[in-house]
Design a protein around this ligand. Structure first.
Ligand code: ATP
Ligand code: MG
Length: 567
């Protein structure tokens, strides 16, 4: 076997888009330039699928010393809004990317597109059709049956030009007339069968106001916009593959031979346990299944940001999944893994007892409070230590105690011992219960010589269980919102019945009486921390100094993997 050349070696580790770009650079295509764009339609909030596309487009520009434009694909005034424009810019920036120059808008090219439409008419390549949309649909044919030509197809250019100008002047109602390209009604590509170029929409546009009442179709806009901006690689999702011949055809009708942007398709990101369609996400918001677009259970960028995901984790995730040429579904646990990986390095550890039960240390002096030293983050030596108050009464997790425990239970049991993290070894002496038999207090004694870090023999004694705890006198009650996956089916959107039948009833649990160590007072909105033994949390937007609210970002381990293994 022959050895691989250095170039082949390098190419082997590239994804197919990078390989293509490197070949273009090598061949000095477009003068070796790399210029991509991210082209959202401002008709909804961005989601994690868009994040993939953002990381890809901006990432390639960065890698190849090129540029990436942000272009709003705003050709349909009916669905589009400035509210979305603003949130999209915020989301792109949050992900850590900055576009080339000012944000761009397809609507900035309406004048040029109009000139091009007239050129097509003059060249005999476009005509005004007066049929209803039903009639046009009926003539389209099927992929195997050729379509029928419109009776209006052979008007003179002069007549078409006159009608198109009157369309523009507002003489007709919505749907009364449309401009179509003369493609090929027998083409085996349905998109080439006299595609619609312009339609009449009497609606104000968020940027052009009432200047226009005719608006170009996506297909008559996208390739030309790419061309006008000097885009070299126009990356989009697979459903546009069948549009590519039309994308190229329009440019060939309109501009000189030479430079052309190249459309490249990749598989859209699908995530298990998630719906990503804008329509479905909108339904969840409108029917109040979630609290809004930025509900921490939503796969929107606003949602995952509020949930506590970091931009670094999202970029890492986008990187790990790579780019595929075929549709596939990525396991959502991979994204959760990336979030844990990142937060493990960054998040300060705190002690918060989510389901508190009181524990009284009978042999500890009633008036005394001492301060014990605990590490902020064992993964980050620079993060230092902090002091926590400790006294006779503390809170521990209710499920860290069992009266009758199975063998492998290493937490607290009657007569058993545990270490309190950063503090002492305690031994359980009894419990107090209320009338209905629920435990209201656990009593213990502590070993005074066993304080962590004191260097005594007792402090080094091996104890199987270590518990987190909070000093009762100084504890701060906080609210904790335990978020889980919004759906309990792997493919909620792909079932025969309504996707909403697969909503996870346990996707949100609000615990309003959790007990936190006093240092949580210094946290700010959006700060991310680890509650020891519980998971990663962040301070919610609704949090106030009087009532601190935490969102669970992700658990410490993949709890769903266990569920799946059991099933
Ligand atoms: P719609 O078709 O309803 O407008 P869309 O999700 O395609 O929705 P756009 O705003 O047109 O929304 O998308 C902007 C860019 O993001 C496009 O290039 C699109 O291909 C890409 N994109 C959208 N969804 C995904 C996804 N799930 N994975 C990867 N890229 C995506
Ligand atoms: Mg789209």
């Amino acid at each position: 076997m022959m050895d691989k050349s250095p170039l082949e070696e390098k190419t082997a580790s590239l994804n197919f888009i990078e390989a293509l770009i490197e070949k273009d650079i090598q061949n000095h295509k477009n003068g070796g330039r790399v210029h991509t764009r991210f082209p959202p339609e401002p008709n909804g909030y961005l989601h994690i699928g868009h994040a993939k596309s953002i990381c890809l487009n901006f990432g390639l520009a960065k890698k190849y010393n090129g540029k990436c434009n942000l272009r709003f694909d705003d050709t349909n005034p009916v669905k589009e809004d400035v509210e979305y424009v603003d949130s999209i810019m915020e989301d792109v920036r949050w992900l850590g990317f900055e576009w080339n120059g000012e944000p761009l808008y397809a609507s900035d090219y309406f004048d040029q597109l109009y000139v091009w439409a007239e050129k097509m008419i003059v060249d005999g390549k476009a005509y005004v059709d007066e049929q209803t949309s039903e009639e046009i649909a009926a003539q389209k044919g099927t992929p195997t049956v050729p379509g029928k030509e419109s009776p209006f197809r052979n008007r003179t250019s002069q007549e078409n030009l006159d009608l198109f100008r009157r369309m523009k002047a507002g003489e007709f109602n919505d749907g009364e007339k449309i401009l179509r390209a003369k493609g090929d009604m027998a083409s085996d590509n349905m998109h080439m069968r006299d595609p619609i170029m312009y339609r009449i929409i009497h609606k104000e546009h968020h940027r052009t106001g009432d200047k226009w009442c005719i608006y170009p179709m996506y297909d008559f806009t996208h390739g030309q916009s790419d061309y006008l901006e000097g885009i070299t690689h126009s990356i989009c999702t697979l459903e546009f593959e069948v549009h590519r011949p039309l994308y190229n055809w329009y440019l060939d009708q309109l501009v000189e031979p030479g430079y052309r942007p190249q459309q490249i398709e990749f598989a859209r990101l699908n995530l298990s346990y998630t719906v990503m369609s804008k329509r479905k996400l909108l339904e969840l918001v409108q029917k109040n299944y979630v609290s809004g677009w930025d509900d921490p259970r939503m796969p929107t960028i606003g949602g995952i940001r509020r949930r506590g995901y970091t931009p670094e984790a999202v970029r890492d995730f986008a990187d790990r999944i790579g780019v595929a040429k075929r549709d596939n579904v990525i396991d959502v646990s991979l994204m959760e893994f990336c979030v844990r990986e990142d937060l493990n390095k960054k998040a300060a550890r705190l002690m918060v007892v989510i389901d508190p039960v009181k524990l009284v240390i009978e042999n500890y002096p009633a008036e005394k409070t001492e301060w014990v030293e605990v590490e902020n983050n064992p993964e980050d030596p620079a993060s230092g230590n902090r002091m926590m108050p400790f006294s006779r009464e503390i809170f521990i997790e209710r499920d860290d105690f069992m009266e009758e425990a199975p063998k492998k239970y290493f937490r607290l049991t009657p007569g058993g011992e545990v270490r309190l993290k950063g503090a002492y070894i305690i031994k359980c002496t009894g419990v107090k219960k209320n009338a209905s038999g629920n435990i209201i207090e656990i009593t213990c004694i502590y070993e005074p010589e066993s304080r962590s870090g004191s260097g005594t023999e007792a402090s080094q004694r091996k104890i199987k269980g270590t518990l987190h705890w909070v000093d009762a006198k100084n504890a701060l009650p906080v609210e904790v919102r335990l978020y889980d996956r919004l759906f309990n089916h792997e493919d909620p959107g792909g079932q025969e019945d309504d996707f909403k039948n697969y909503l996870n009833p346990d996707s949100l649990k609000i615990l309003s009486n959790c007990m936190a160590e006093p240092s949580v007072k210094t946290l700010k909105i959006q700060d991310r921390v680890q509650f020891q033994r519980q998971g990663y949390f962040c301070v919610d937007y609704d949090s106030t100094p009087e009532k601190i609210i935490f969102n669970r970002t992700v658990t410490l381990k993949d709890t769903w993997a266990k569920v799946a293994a059991k099933e």
